[in-house]
Ligand binder design. Structure first.
Ligand SMILES: C[S@@+](CC[C@H](N)C(=O)[O-])C[C@H]1O[C@@H](n2cnc3c(N)ncnc32)[C@H](O)[C@@H]1O
Length: 370
C-alpha cells in the first residue's frame, strides 16, 4: 500500500534529510519546517528507518483536516481507516500538541482522538472494548492554526538512538546532528578527518559509519517491527542487504580530547558501533594538534559556555583554535558553536554558515572550505 510518509528532523537539517532521501532513490519530496514529506510503501518505511542518518522519526501521515470544534475533530478522525492498520489487540497511545488553534486543550484533543479511533475499530471488529495488550501504535494529533494532522510513529525511540551510545559525556551531541555535520562537510573516506575536541566521539563515530556505509539503524529495533501489516521478512531483507553493503574501506579518523576519562567512553562507543578500527583516539590538548598532511578535514563541536566551561576561557580556546587550524596546509574545517563572537576570536570569516539547533541551543555551523 502507498502511504504519505514524513521524515521529521531538527530545524536546519531538513535539506540534509532530503538529500539522504534522494540518495536512497526517493523523488517528489516536499520540504517543510522540521519535516520532509514523501510517498512510500511498507518497504520504504523499513528502509528509511534503517538507513536515514539525519531524520528523527518516520511517521505515517494518516490524515489532515480543519477542526475548530471537538465534533469536527471527532468526525475528521473517525473518517480515517484506522481499522486497516491497527489490529484488535493494538495498544492505541495518543499524544498531542496544539499551536495557535481554537482547540487548545491537548488532553481533551487526545481523548477525543482516542474515542474516534476506537469507534473506527468497531467498524471492523464490532466490539465495545479492546484489550490493548499488543503492539503499540503511537498516534500524534498535531493542531496548527486549526489544521489537524494525524500521524502514526513507525520509529518508536528517536532515530538518533542507534544503540551504540550507552555512555555519553557531559554535553553529548545527538547522533543525527553529528551525521548531518559530516554530510554537510562533504567529507569522504579518502580524506583525513579529525575531531580535536571529540568528547564521547559522536562525530568521529558517525563519520566512520558513513565511511564504511554502515546503516545507522542496523543494531536497533523499531515500533513498526511489531506491526502486523509490515511483513517480518521485509525487515529481515533490508537488514541483510544493509549488512552486505558494509564496506571494509581502510581509513583512520583522528579523535582527540583533553579529557582522558571521556576518551574511554568514546572508545567503548566506537567498539559498540563496530568502527573501533577506523578511529584513533588520543589524549591531546587541541593547542598541540598539528599535521604535515594536506587537504584534511576537521569537524568539531567545542564547548559553548552554556553547558560547559567559562566564557572568558572560551575566547582563549577559540583564539587558539583559529591559530591551530589556520596553520594546517589546505585543510577544510567545520565548527558548530553557539558562541556569538566565534568568527572574531577564531580570526577568520567563514565561507558559509548555517543556523542549527544542538538540542535547544541555537548554534551556527561555521564552514571553511579549502
Ligand atoms: C561539547 S564537548 C564535545 C561533545 C562531543 N561532540 C560529543 O558528542 O560527545 C567539548 C569537548 O571539548 C573538550 N575540550 C575542551 N578544551 C579542550 C582542549 N583545549 N583540547 C582538547 N579538548 C578540549 C572537552 O573535554 C569536551 O569533551
Amino acid at each position: 500500500m502507498e502511504y504519505t510518509l514524513i521524515a521529521t528532523s531538527t530545524f536546519g537539517i531538513e535539506k540534509v534529510v532530503a538529500n539522504e532521501l534522494n540518495e536512497l532513490g526517493y523523488e517528489d519530496l516536499t520540504i517543510e519546517n522540521g519535516k520532509v514529506i514523501f510517498q512510500g510503501d511498507e518497504m520504504d518505511i523499513v528502509t528509511c528507518n534503517i538507513w536515514l542518518r539525519t531524520a528523527d522519526r518516520i511517521l505515517i501521515k494518516m490524515g489532515e483536516f480543519k477542526a475548530e470544534t471537538f465534533e469536527e475533530l471527532f468526525q475528521g478522525t473517525l473518517a480515517i481507516k484506522w481499522e486497516d492498520i491497527i489490529p484488535i489487540t493494538g495498544f492505541m497511545h495518543v499524544i498531542g500538541k496544539s499551536v495557535k488553534s481554537t482547540l487548545f486543550s491537548v488532553p481533551d484533543c487526545q481523548s477525543i482522538v482516542k474515542k474516534a479511533v476506537v469507534q473506527a475499530m468497531k467498524r471492523k471488529y464490532r466490539r465495545d472494548t479492546y484489550p490493548e495488550s499488543g503492539a503499540e501504535y503511537k498516534i500524534e494529533v498535531a493542531i496548527l492554526k486549526d489544521t489537524v494532522t494525524l500521524t502514526m510513529d513507525t520509529s518508536g525511540a528517536g532515530l538518533h538512538k542507534r544503540g551504540y551510545r550507552e555512555f555519553a559525556g557531559d554535553a553529548p551531541m545527538k547522533e543525527t546532528l553529528a551525521a548531518a555535520l559530516v554530510l554537510l562537510s562533504e567529507w569522504d573516506a579518502t580524506r583525513i578527518l579529525a575531531d580535536p575536541l571529540c568528547g564521547s566521539g559522536t562525530i568521529a563515530i558517525e563519520a566512520a559509519m558513513i565511511g564504511r556505509n554502515i546503516a545507522p539503524g542496523l543494531k536497533r529495533n523499531f515500533a513498526a517491527e511489531q506491526w502486523e501489516f509490515i511483513p517480518k521478512n521485509i525487515w529481515d531483507d533490508v537488514r541483510k542487504h544493509a549488512r552486505k553493503s558494509i564496506n571494509s574501506t581502510d581509513f583512520r579518523i583522528l579523535a582527540s580530547d583533553i579529557d582522558q576519562r571521556i576518551l574511554k567512553t568514546a572508545r567503548q562507543n566506537a567498539v559498540k558501533a563496530g568502527v573501533a578500527d577506523n578511529i584513533a583516539f588520543q589524549k591531546l590538548d587541541m593547542k598541540d594538534f598539528s599535521s604535515s598532511k594536506k587537504y584534511g578535514f576537521i569537524i568539531t563541536n567545542p564547548p559553548y559556555g552554556e553547558r560547559l566551561g567559562d566564557v572568558k576561557d572560551l575566547e582563549g580556546l577559540y583564539r587558539t583554535m583559529g591559530a591551530v587550524f589556520q596553520k594546517l596546509d589546505k585543510w577544510s574545517y567545520f565548527v558548530i558553536t553557539s558562541f556569538e563572537d566565534f568568527e572574531k576570536c577564531f580570526g577568520k570569516q567563514s565561507d558559509k554558515n548555517r543556523k542549527l539547533y544542538n538540542g535547544r541551543i541555537q548554534c551556527y555551523y561555521y564552514q571553511y572550505f579549502e
